[in-house]
Design a binder for this molecule. Structure first.
Ligand SMILES: Nc1ncnc2c1ncn2[C@@H]1O[C@H](COP(=O)(O)OP(=O)(O)OP(=O)(O)O)[C@@H](O)[C@H]1O
Length: 276
């Protein structure tokens, strides 16, 4: 059991929080003229954890970043095709990418708290970036709710004014998750969130992912197949047809099926460690 399970038990469910499914159709993803990922069609279910697995360079992170329009912050990067969240086509010209990133939060490989900010200010950073003016009591509520949601409250409640950088790596990653959920996103994207963490912190984050899925649609990139098997309901396997060729979605199925009886030979070869 993780240190903060009590936090989650007392975490007041936010009733207007509506996790959404994501429909991806015919998605091609480019860096300049380089087609990195080709022809993805996928439905990511709401209130569930979907793992993205596959060998290095097959485009898992690239695909993940298209789900909140982070891909296009790279000069020359663009997409063709559609990503639809709750009926909203994310790449429609009328859609504001900043609003997309508010609704679709992201947690990165390395914990990245703002180094000069306190624990509390780190949690509030996303809201402040969105220019949201908060009364002191509201800010305190958001900090407590988010840290409880991230199973970190009990460990930090007596030092909220201290720097976020003073926490352990695992605590910093939970602080980043608290910062992501403070803005009440519908979807949480996680790009190898445990790869910089020790086994105990990894286990705490995995417990947290397990608990968060009742409120959020979660998509996680992982190199660790045991982790995919432990935390996800569905798994999508990406692969490259060859060097310099684009990555493709090979198959997506319930995680149990992918790891016991996948449809495709390439999936079987990858999960049994024969390549990748
Ligand atoms: N900023 C970038 N500019 C140009 N090409 C990029 C950029 N980022 C990634 N690529 C290319 O896009 C392809 C997919 O990379 P990506 O990092 O998405 O793969 P990945 O499956 O997440 O790999 P890994 O498991 O090693 O993290 C690779 O060929 C990579 O070299």
């Amino acid at each position: 059991m993780s240190a903060g399970t009590d936090d989650r038990a007392s975490f007041e469910r936010n009733t207007d929080l509506m996790a959404k499914s994501i429909d991806v159709s015919d998605l091609n993803i480019f860096y300049g003229s380089f087609l990195a990922v080709e022809g993805v069609n996928m439905t990511i279910p709401a209130r569930s954890v979907t793992a993205l697995i596959g060998p290095s360079g097959c485009g898992k992170s690239t695909f993940l970043r298209t789900l909140n329009r982070m891909h296009e912050v790279i000069p020359g990067a663009r997409v063709e095709g559609k990503v639809v969240v709750d009926g909203n086509s994310l790449y429609d010209p009328t859609i504001d990418p900043v609003e997309v990133r508010r609704q679709v939060g992201m947690v990165f490989q390395r914990p990245n708290p703002f180094p000069t900010m306190s624990i509390a200010d780190n949690v509030l950073a996303g809201l402040r970036l969105n220019n949201k003016k908060l009364k002191k009591s509201e800010a305190e509520d958001v900090v407590e709710r988010s840290l409880k949601g991230a199973n970190l409250w009990n460990e930090v409640k007596d030092r909220l004014g201290k720097p976020g950088m003073g926490l352990s790596g695992g605590q910093q990653q939970r602080l980043c998750i608290a910062r992501a959920i403070a803005v009440r996103p519908q979807v949480l994207l996680m790009d190898e969130p445990c790869s910089a963490l020790d086994p105990i912190s990894t286990s705490a984050i995995e417990d947290l992912i397990h608990e968060l899925r009742t409120d959020y649609t979660i998509v996680i990139v992982t190199h660790n197949m045991q982790q995919a098997a432990r935390v996800s309901e569905d798994t999508a396997f990406f692969n490259l047809a060859g060097a310099g060729k684009p990555g493709r979605l090979i198959e997506m199925s319930p995680t149990k099926k992918i790891f016991s009886n996948p449809d495709e030979e390439a999936t079987e070869a990858y999960i049994s460690g024969r390549f990748g």
